[in-house]
Design a protein around this ligand. Structure first.
Ligand code: ADP
Ligand code: MG
Ligand code: MG
Ligand code: MG
Length: 400
């Protein structure tokens, strides 16, 4: 790590120029730091007059949101670049290509997706993406199945768990998703108009027992290599293309954590349109598209995961009749529970989502936030009765 230092824009240009095959000699290159994330530098390097450039993502040794007082391991850059390469093999075309990883600089050189937009922005603008659900179902089924004990050799799988140990990033999730929002922690920040609702959550031991169980599952269930931060800010889209970025939180965890992250963010969008979209007809049509998207993701995931299971699973015990169905029901229930935690966290805790933050009137925002809290709590409390995804979407309609 002796050569590590954060790059300046000029150094980023120099670095990109030195990679063979990317730019022609003497090309005029410009750099723009476009990182809107919380943790890292993202440089977009372009050659004048050409559409596609290249992205340099560099980890900083501290959390950018908080500052140098919150040190953070650079190993997350290795995890991110390795996870991207695993995902590229398993879910072709659904992640940016990695051109190079530089361990000294904690730097990944990757495909330029600036012709895409961050999905969250599209959702706020009420865009529909007709291929998104299908693409995500494929991403989830393939990345989760092919890294799990249902496919990987038992001994090799333990090596994978070791390779993707990500203790500091997991620690952030354990705190910000599974602990801090449920008591009066200093990291929390929420709309003062919902204080009564939040205090009721802090006093709700039955709810908190369910969350404690989900936290324990996050910490102990090494089911598959999960992305670990699969919100709608980690997906870039066009009308026809879907790319999953930013797997620096990847580790061996429960499959439902990724599926739940997507559900949570689609449901946060659902709740936010109570504030963004005054026209009832337009609002309901969009909210129905969001719920359909959740159903299509789950149904596509289940169908493809089952097909992979039929094709590849040889272990006697996994092949016991009914076990696959039992396993998938548990994944569905976990997904609902994790989705609920992620919704509560985005309303009560650190790092709010733009979907809700961009509702300007605090009273209108409070209504949307309370809806998100109610949906989140229902998902956590009722998850063990889930057998079919249609029950989950019916709960949402009933609560709204
Ligand atoms: P962080 O880990 O800091 O959240 P991200 O990987 O999410 O960093 O990137 C931050 C932002 O940079 C993204 O929201 C997106 O706008 C932009 N970005 C990241 N990767 C790419 C890419 N490959 N192509 C185009 N833009 C990108
Ligand atoms: Mg990000
Ligand atoms: Mg908040
Ligand atoms: Mg990130």
């Amino acid at each position: 790590m002796s050569n590590y230092h954060p790059l300046t824009e000029a150094e980023a240009v120099q670095y990109a120029r030195s990679i063979p095959g990317l730019f022609s000699d003497g090309a005029v290159l410009t750099s723009r730091e476009i990182g809107d994330g919380n943790l890292n530098l993202v440089f977009h390097i372009r050659e004048e007059g050409r559409e596609k450039g290249v992205i340099l993502k560099q980890a900083l040794p501290y959390a950018r949101v908080v500052g140098e007082s919150w040190p953070l391991t650079l190993d997350r850059a290795r995890i991110e670049s390795e996870a991207l390469q695993v995902q590229a093999k398993l879910a072709e075309g659904l992640v940016p290509r990695v051109y190079k990883y530089d361990p000294d600089l904690a730097l990944t050189v990757m495909e330029d997706l600036t012709d895409h937009i961050v999905m969250r922005k599209g959702l706020i603008a009420r865009q529909q993406y007709p291929y998104f659900a299908e693409h995500m179902a494929r991403f989830l089924a393939r990345t989760l199945f092919f890294t799990s004990d249902f496919y990987v050799d038992r001994q090799e799988k333990k090596e994978w768990v070791r390779r993707f140990l990500n203790p500091q990033m997991c620690d952030i999730t354990e705190g910000l998703v599974f602990t801090d929002p449920y008591y009066d922690a200093e990291t929390n920040s929420f709309n003062p108009l919902i204080r009564t609702e939040v205090e009721a959550i802090w006093r709700d031991d039955a709810l908190k027992r369910e969350i404690a169980e989900l936290k324990e599952a996050f910490m102990t269930q090494a089911q598959a290599l999960v992305h670990g931060d699969l919100h709608t800010g980690s997906v870039m889209v066009t009308e026809t293309s879907t790319k999953v970025i930013d797997p620096e939180f990847a580790y061996y965890g429960p499959m439902g954590f990724d599926i739940g992250a997507l559900f949570a963010n689609l449901l946060l969008s659902y709740a936010s349109h109570e504030g963004h979209t005054a026209d009832e007809e337009i609002r309901i049509a969009y909210q129905e598209w969001l719920l359909e998207t959740i159903e299509t993701i789950w149904n596509g995931f289940e169908e493809q995961f089952s097909a992979l299971w039929q094709e590849h699973v040889t272990d006697e015990m996994w092949r016991v009749p009914g076990y696959r169905e039992r396993f998938l029901t548990r994944v569905l229930q976990d997904s609902a529970g994790f989705a609920g935690c992620k919704m509560l966290r985005r309303v009560i805790g650190l790092a709010p989502v733009a979907d809700l933050e961009t509702i300007e009137d605090p009273q209108v925002r409070a209504e949307a936030e309370m809806l998100a809290l109610h949906i989140g709590q229902a998902l956590i409390n009722r998850r063990k009765t889930l057998e079919k995804i249609g029950q989950l979407t019916a709960w949402v309609r009933e609560i709204a």
